[in-house]
Ligand binder design. Structure first.
Ligand code: 6R9
Length: 647
């Protein structure tokens, strides 16, 4: 923990929506009178039918139920598009910056409305109805946002799949969500590489159980000749040209699901996190407004992917609900080279930049180069999300990208929370590098010990949230019991985040990372169980144990211990093959960084793998292995250590 303090600048104190006094008073109000606070805030959305009740939520064991604005009606697309297309039709809604630096375009709110309406009509004509699920597997192009908004317009529940996921991962999500339609493109571009999206979809749909999918709408980006499944595949451009540019929006109940987003947990397969229409949209909009102090005319850039929750809430829904100009970037910060971020900032005069520590560390490794050939003088506010930002990376981001002029909003939140939960506000919060600082309006965090006792004062503990907030996930798709089990069974009457945190004397929170078996690799969440089950499906692998270990750029790397099947000859070729296997099965982001073959894993007498020990060995911390007396065969530990040391 560093003692550096970066006070709020006078300029931001004056110009921002909330100085410290206002933060404190709004926060207090949001806790003392949540119904009054959120009822008032909900006026920033347009409701086709007003709500009479604000909040109806309980974390009661066996009866978890979360509802906000439950008798109100609204449409998320109307809120993000129509009302701005009416008020400011020529305002730029989306700036698109291609992977190729010579490619960009601007889409006004009026154009956005037209594109979204045409697409929504195509989907309706193809039989998609309110409540049906639609999978979106797209590159980072404006059509990805059109797809989400078009679903919202007709009340279809979208599920975006990150373009880096493999056919198997797509098939899993199709099967779980029983999706009726897939929106995709023939290819995507990323860092100068082509990604064969349509081919991946074709392969996914070969799997048994995927026949809920009736239609695949394919945007022809490259115009290449993919195999075409007649009767199933439709050409995006052809269909949109035929469709009407006007499309009536469906009236949705505030509690109708807006989308499902699959995310990894500590056990089992990824689960479908369900977000609501009213509460989610309000929470995304309000956090975007305050955390980034978004003012009319600002150019705002969140450099995430729409395949993750950050892209949902802070590329699409939050900014567009606020009528902002949001920049969609197709590429990566290191292509064509590490100066790209600065160059994009200058080119589009970006005022607010939101990115992830892993990107910052990758650039930081190149010293001053990323800051060359750009001034970045348009920037006012920086943001960070996805994992703890180490003070070194914080300082580099602050000094080199922000020219020491811009405060960094270190935002802690999760797929499940819908929006930012613990964060500074630009005009209100003195910063400490590495701390996410204080709770957002309506959020009551607490720290508990292992037995569920509430800890007071400056202390380390497990982070829980005491009361519902509008952006909270409502359920796990098709499995409400799993929702309850995962988030509400560890500590009764609290939402358990899975994260550990420390609170300091000033009441600031410092997130210390996951306390469960979830890895955070380059800001991507991966379950150890998911990777293990992929590994043991390989014929050469009898048993697998996956742990995280400290990694300079990724934050955490993936360390794999493998027990070979009898008679398997361990070769470098085999190790390579196993790595490729996981890439193909899940995604390149799940590829093991280090693989250690072993003839035994440390297990308790009851057969449980002791991951605590494996984590220590992976981290090269042999002195602090803790109690090994419960091991069935303590000698395997020495063998593992010898092997690790020789690497
Ligand atoms: C938004 C997002 C959630 C997990 C979360 C925590 C980690 C996110 C963080 C952070 C420290 C931050 N995390 N932001 N840790 N400081 N500012 O990333 O959602 O992909 O679901 O990941 O990421 O461990 O529990 P998601």
């Amino acid at each position: 923990m560093s003692d550096d303090i970066f006070p709020v600048s006078e300029a931001l104190k004056q110009s921002s929506y909330a100085d410290n006094q206002r933060y404190l008073s709004l926060y207090q109000q949001s806790i003392d009178d949540p119904d009054g606070f959120w009822g008032e805030q909900a006026k920033r959305l347009s409701w086709s039918k007003p709500f009479s009740k604000v909040r109806n939520a309980r974390f009661t064991p066996g009866d978890i139920s979360i509802k906000w604005f439950e008798d109100g009606e609204l449409n998320a697309c109307v809120n993000c598009v129509d009302r701005h297309a009416k008020a400011t039709p020529d305002k730029v809604a989306i700036i698109w910056e291609g992977d190729d630096p010579t490619q960009d375009k601007k889409i006004t709110y009026a154009e956005l409305l037209e594109q979204v309406s045409r697409l929504a009509n195509v989907m309706r004509e193809q039989g998609v109805q309110k409540g049906d699920r639609v999978i979106i597997y797209m590159p980072m192009i404006p059509e990805a946002a059109y797809s989400m908004l078009a679903c919202a317009r007709i009340g279809a529940v979208h599920s975006v799949i990150f373009g880096g996921f493999s056919p198997n991962a797509i098939a899993d999500r199709v099967i779980d969500s029983k999706a009726k339609m897939i929106l995709t493109a023939d290819v995507g571009h990323r860092g100068g590489n082509l990604i064969q999206l349509k081919q991946n979809v074709d392969k996914a749909l070969e799997r048994d159980g995927t026949d809920s999918v009736e239609k695949v709408l394919v945007l022809k980006e490259a115009g290449n000749d993919n195999p075409w499944s007649k009767g199933r595949d439709l050409c995006w451009q052809d269909e949109l040209a035929k469709a009407s540019a006007e499309c009536a929006a469906e009236a949705m109940n505030a509690e109708d699901p807006l989308f499902i987003l699959y995310t990894s947990g500590s056990t089992g397969t990824p689960k479908g996190v369900v977000h609501s229409t009213g509460g989610y949209l309000l929470y995304a909009a309000l956090t975007h407004h305050y955390v980034f102090d978004y003012h009319e005319g600002d150019i705002y850039w969140c450099a995430a992917d729409v395949g993750w929750i950050t892209g949902h809430s802070y590329i699409v829904y939050g900014p567009l609900a606020n009528g902002a100009t949001t920049l969609i970037f197709e590429g990566v910060p290191t292509y064509p080279d590490v100066r790209r971020i600065g160059q994009v900032v200058d080119k589009h005069q970006v005022n607010i930049l939101y990115t992830a520590p892993t990107a910052i560390r990758a650039l930081m490794a190149k010293g001053d180069l990323p800051a060359q050939d750009s001034t970045r003088s348009s920037l006012r506010i920086l943001g960070s999300v996805g994992e703890p930002i180490n003070p070194e990376a914080w300082h580099w981001y602050h000094d080199k990208i922000g020219n020491k002029q811009c405060p960094i909003m270190d935002t802690w939140w999760q797929t499940e929370t819908g929006g930012v939960m613990i964060t500074p506000l630009p005009g209100a919060t003195d910063l400490k590098p590495g701390s996410a600082t204080r709770p957002f309006f309506g959020i009551q965090p607490a720290l508990l010990d292992a037995d569920g006792n509430t800890l007071e004062g400056a202390v380390d503990g497990n982070l829980v949230i005491c009361q519902s907030w509008p952006g909270q996930m409502r359920t796990v798709w098709g499995d409400h019991e799993r929702f309850e089990q995962t988030y509400f069974s560890t500590y009764k009457n609290y939402y358990f985040t899975g994260d550990g945190a420390r609170r300091d004397d000033d009441g600031y929170f410092w997130i210390t990372g996951r306390v469960d078996d979830v890895l955070n690799v380059s800001g991507h969440r991966l379950g150890t169980a998911e990777i293990e089950s992929s590994l043991v499906a390989h014929p050469a692998v009898a048993e697998a144990a996956v742990v995280g270990y400290p990694h300079d750029i990724k934050g955490q790397g993936i360390y794999v211990y493998l027990l070979p099947t009898d008679g398997t000859e361990i070769t470098e070729e085999l190790t390579k093959q196993v790595r490729q296997w996981v890439k193909d099965d899940i995604s390149p982001i799940a590829a093991p960084d280090l693989i250690q073959w072993t003839h035994g894993l440390p297990k308790t007498r009851s057969g449980k793998i002791m991951r605590r020990i494996l984590r220590k060995i992976a981290a090269n911390e042999y002195e602090q292995l803790g109690d090994t007396s419960t091991l069935a065969d303590p000698s395997v530990v020495d063998a593992l250590i010898d092997n690790r040391k020789n690497r």
